[in-house]
Design a protein around this ligand. Sequence first.
Ligand code: FES
Length: 172
Amino acid sequence: MTQTTPDNVPHVPFSADTQAKFAREVAKFPAGQAQSAVMACLSIIQHERGWVSRAAEDELAAYLGMAPIAVYEVTTFYNMYNQQPVGKFKINVCTNLPCQLRDGQAALAHICRKLGVTVGGTTADGQFTVQQSECLGACADSPVMLVNDREMISFMSNDRIDDLLATLAQAK
Ligand code: FES
């Protein structure tokens, strides 16, 4: 399978529908504060395209009337924004200290070994991307993972990881 990369995907300008969604977010803020909608607009782009390309960041910066660097600062600070294409299931494994103390690193190693990828990698079939993350705010439940930025998975023993991967693999 040919992997999609940031370099071989031509930028498609935002559609009128996408811009209408942006406008609804911008309207939530006082006049002259359009850049306050940057996170919501980035989420819209990612929801529609699966990731946020540099070209999309630049076009959004122009739309919101802000410097491109200010958009890059947001996308690079929050790891929920995908700066390159990811698999159907993006799994973030917390390796911050509390999770580390309860086998967070071992959980990350196990999931990478099971999927045959390195951290940050995507499986050849495009199904799974594994990433390392900072604290997900559920330290008492460690080790913790987040699937597709939405679903928190707690107490991830190797057996539970195996079950999770099997369940996701069947969710075609
Ligand atoms: S350190 Fe992992 S959830 Fe807080």
